[in-house]
Ligand binder design. Structure first.
Ligand code: FES
Length: 150
């Protein structure tokens, strides 16, 4: 019984056995294994200026919230990735939202950049992630306006 429990604990949600001390790093790399589906991919800027605003490991914090909501897997999976500077430092902390339009056809919340996300509470992030999973409008979140300069 104990052996079964340990084996389960040492596998990631893709079913791959993982390196001791890691929760997702596979022991055997299979270059042909597909990447896990995501509905929404969020790039969290963790370069110098944005990181100084949040003063924490924001990506890790957000991954925990995503997990709490059960949105770390399945058809509405939200993937959180870190990025270097996105060239919008004055709006720090910046997050870029990308919908997997190829898989789900939703373009409503695609290519949205959010600003001042270091001021978001945990509740606000929960609301954001739930809104994204349900394809709701993100009216209450401060977006970075885009302008074409001629
Ligand atoms: S450091 Fe985040 S946009 Fe530049």
């Amino acid at each position: 019984m104990m052996g079964t429990k340990n084996t389960m604990a040492n596998k990631n949600i893709m079913g791959s056995e993982v390196v001791d001390g890691f929760s997702c790093k596979p022991k055997k790399i299979d270059p042909n294994k597909p990447m896990m589906h995501y509905k929404t991919l969020i790039y969290v800027c963790e370069d110098e200026r944005c990181k100084s605003a949040s003063k924490c490991d924001k990506a890790m914090e957000l991954r925990e919230i995503v997990k709490e909501l059960g949105l770390h897997k399945g058809k509405n999976r939200i993937k959180i990735s870190r990025s270097f500077c996105q060239g919008a430092c004055r709006f720090r902390q910046v997050m870029q939202i990308n919908e997997n339009t190829k898989a789900n056809g939703n373009t409503k919340n695609n290519a949205i950049w959010l600003k001042h996300t270091h001021k978001f509470s945990k509740q606000k992030f929960k609301k954001l992630f739930l809104s994204l999973s349900e394809d709701k409008e993100l009216d209450e979140f401060e977006k970075i306006e885009m302008k074409v300069y001629e």
